[in-house]
Design a protein around this ligand. Structure first.
Ligand SMILES: *[C@@H]1O[C@H](CO)[C@@H](O)[C@H](O)[C@H]1NC(C)=O
Ligand SMILES: [Cu+2]
Length: 174
């Protein structure tokens, strides 16, 4: 009886641990998805991991979100058959690592309003935090000023992973 409870708790933790560790990034923070905002600067010190999400907030109808490739990003052009996101609260799950490019498809917002975002998604950190992203750790910890949010994100993840590990061990002992 006691051990079946233990396994239930472990199973629940295993299911929810990734969602606890995943981060939702609101693109542009309070400004949302709009023209004349420096999304390059917004993304610069953030560490995006597989499993995290981007949330694009904007008044429905005012903008759209189009996923493009590197060429489309530079030229502010999307393939003719690509379907834009238009809900005004578009959530994109970052399912694979690598470069990801997003532009607004309304009018000249991308060309003239610089409404474009490029990020690099790192392999997931939740399964084996310290070893899976060796290069990103030192830069996140050592960077100057604005790095605090990125460092905090990594620090928070690490703390949560440690807590979960200690919790597992404690339950195994009990
Ligand atoms: C990138 O997108 C453009 C159009 O947006 C398309 O013409 C081009 O073939 C794409 N390149 C790759 C490598 O898929
Ligand atoms: Cu727009």
């Amino acid at each position: 009886m006691a051990s079946s409870n233990l396994y239930s708790i472990l199973a629940i933790l295993a299911i929810f641990a990734p969602s606890i560790l995943a981060t939702d990034y609101v693109v542009g923070d309070d400004r949302g998805w709009t023209i004349n905002f420096d999304y390059q600067a917004w993304a610069q010190r953030k560490l995006f991991y597989v499993g995290d999400s981007l949330v694009f907030n904007y008044p429905k109808g005012a903008h759209t979100v189009l996923k493009v490739n590197g060429t489309g990003f530079q030229q502010c052009a999307a393939p003719l058959d690509s379907v834009p996101l238009t809900s005004g609260k578009d959530v994109i799950n970052l399912a694979t690592p690598g470069r990801k490019w997003y532009i607004c498809g309304v009018g000249q917002h991308c060309e003239l309003g610089n409404q474009k975002l490029v990020i690099t998604v790192l392999p997931s950190s939740s399964s084996s935090a310290p070893s899976s992203s060796p290069s990103s750790w030192p830069s996140a910890m050592a960077g100057p000023g604005p790095s605090t949010s990125a460092a905090t994100t990594v620090g928070t993840r690490f703390a949560l992973i440690m807590l979960l590990t200690i919790g597992f061990l404690w339950m195994l002992m009990a």
